[in-house]
Design a protein. Sequence first.
Length: 156
Amino acid sequence: MKPLASILLVLPFALFLGCDPGMTIRQINSTVDSKKTSVVVPPEMTIEIKTTHQLIGEGWYDPQVKVKNSSDSPVTITRVELVAQAATYENQPRAAESYPLTLPARSTASLDIGFRFNQGVNKVFKKPAELRIHYLTGGHDGLTRITVAAGPLNAR
């Protein structure tokens, strides 16, 4: 009976050691409104990235991103990428027809975003990363850059 008790006592500690601790990934740009995590960028486009909570060993990052076109002209989002640790990761949306995405004037949309890594998010986000949104408006190319960074799991 004593070996069984020892196993039951050691088992929870062994399971805990095998678990990846968590981390938070959030937008860190300065904000227009201190109560919101958004930033206004040309052409009057507002981007909001919802904070995610992930295990450090996970090899994916699928942020919820909302885009609001506040201008009087349509904006066409052509692609999204993540630049982290001197590597560029292309967006792998769930639906192939997600891009290009045209946002009519004064409209809001959620973007289909998903990134896959060959290493854990703790290594990819060791330093702040940049989410880049490429778009067209009025026949001109544009680029919006949003900084995202990792922190402790309880960060907001």
